[in-house]
Design a protein around this ligand. Structure first.
Ligand code: PMP
Length: 450
């Protein structure tokens, strides 16, 4: 038995993995990873895998990044964690200062939580509670977009709209107002993405007009609906939404958990529409992919609505034991330092151009309906029929064939249904990108064979 096999066997005897039908592992081996270095992961049998999806979109500057490692080691020798109610520490303060500094204007308060879903829960609760503290307790609802994803705890799941994750739990979830989205994949022939996004905004405007009185906030993923098959839309939708939220006195929650920290070509996706949301949720890349941490940034106006004498019971009492964890904050500081010290956003523009070039040939493939890109995310939509865009039945699991093929060639791609995508760490080289594209190309040929 190989080293991989023995660890996988022990794993399957005691563990239960996320987003997995565990029975699949009767036929597909688990891959135990021994170490990581840069974009590469290595298993216990010595096989290497290029992490082309940044380990679920968290890793920005590579595994075992020397600068983040050094910062964490220093933090470890002074403070690992301390209760964050009544106490504080240097890394938490410095990180909040830096986040406020780089965030869109007006986001001047930082509330920590420990994962993306928790940040979404915090933003939803804060928005609701803000209106309640303002004497507007009739505001209890949220508007969300079709095909959105905001996490999988019950509140976050309720404001998401991906049936695969949501449907089973529907009886447990709060009711939300779901508005048809601006997803440009389904625009009319001849229509630009901006035109389509603008046209679709009319449906959002109508929903706001009808429901504003009872709505706390609109929650959206700016520019890319990542878990919803990497569907993309134009920044104009965000500009229109910001203006409409102001007009109807409704908050705007920007979930930048997946798209924040340079992924879309700007540090935050909201920048491309020059807007500031009322709440911005951050996680994933926040710590460079090292440790679980999230932050909700909000305005002074929101903060002040909770600030009063204790007896008035207006405080935001939400708490997680690991709020503001010192190691996680230090990893995040080291990550932000890299953005400050190196021209990452400019370098990413070059990498994005290489990604576009490397995937150009996919466009003509008879089973590719679209190759779309926003910054450091490129997605290839596989279809059964290019002309009608009829999708492959999900039961055929075509994307899974790409996944297995790519692994056998030393590349970690993890298609979402029939969508192959690259979302690599920012330290990937041109040659490595070419390798990823070539392996995806070969995997695609295999996956579309009957
Ligand atoms: N929001 C978005 C946009 C996400 O992509 C994700 C994670 N894929 C989440 C929220 C949830 O984050 P977490 O997995 O850390 O709970």
């Amino acid at each position: 038995m190989s080293s991989n096999q023995s660890l996988a066997k022990r794993d399957l005897a005691v563990l239960w993995h996320p987003c997995t039908q565990m029975k699949d592992h009767e036929s597909f081996p688990l891959i135990p990873i021994k170490s990581g270095q840069g974009v590469w992961l290595e298993d216990f049998d010595g096989n290497r895998y290029l992490d082309a999806i940044s380990s679920w979109w968290v890793n920005l500057f590579g595994h075992a990044n020397p600068a983040i490692n050094a910062a964490l080691k220093a933090q470890l020798d002074s403070l690992e964690h301390v209760i964050f109610a009544g106490f504080t520490h240097q890394s938490a303060v410095e990180l909040a200062e830096k986040l406020v500094d780089v965030a869109p204007a007006g986001l001047v308060r930082c509330f920590y939580a420990d994962n993306g879903s928790a940040a979404v829960e915090v933003a939803l609760k804060m928005s609701f509670h803000y209106w309640r503290n303002q004497g507007q307790s009739q505001k209890t609802k949220f508007i969300t977009l079709e095909n959105s994803y905001h996490g999988e705890t019950l509140g976050a799941l309720a404001v998401g709209n991906v049936a695969l994750y949501k449907e089973t739990y529907a009886p447990l979830l709060m009711e939300v107002i779901t508005v048809p989205g601006p997803d440009c994949y389904v625009r009319e022939p001849g229509e630009t993405c901006a035109e389509y996004s603008m046209r679709r905004f009319e449906l959002m405007e109508q929903a706001l007009q009808r429901h504003a009185e009872s709505v706390c906030a609109v929650i959206i993923e700016p520019l890319v609906q990542c878990a919803g098959n990497m569907r993309m839309y134009d920044p104009v939708y965000l500009s229109l939404l910001r203006a409409a939220c102001d007009k109807y006195h409704v908050h705007l929650i920007a979930d930048e958990i997946a798209v924040g920290f340079g992924r879309t070509g700007t540090l935050f996706a909201c920048e491309q529409a020059s807007i500031s949301p009322d709440f911005m949720c951050l996680s994933k890349g926040l710590t460079g992919g090292y440790l679980p941490l999230s932050a909700v940034l909000t305005t002074e106006q929101v903060y002040q609505a909770f600030y009063d004498d204790y007896q008035r019971l207006t405080a935001f009492l939400h708490s997680h034991s690991y709020t503001g964890n010192a190691l996680a904050c230090r990893a995040a500081l080291a990550t932000l330092n890299i953005f400050q010290q190196q021209p990452i956003i400019a370098q990413n523009k070059q990498l994005a151009a290489i990604m576009a070039q490397a995937t150009e040939r996919f466009k003509a493939h008879p089973n590719v309906a679209e190759v779309r890109q926003t910054g450091m995310i490129v997605a290839i939509e596989l279809v059964k029929n290019k002309r009608t865009r009829e999708p492959y039945p999900w039961q055929e699991r075509r994307g899974l064939k790409v996944y297995h093929y790519a692994l056998s060639k030393g590349v970690l791609l993890r298609p979402l249904g029939n969508v192959i995508y690259f979302m690599p760490p920012y330290i990937i080289t041109e040659a490595e990108l070419m390798l990823v594209a070539e392996v995806a190309w070969q995997g695609l040929q295999l996956a579309v064979k009957d």
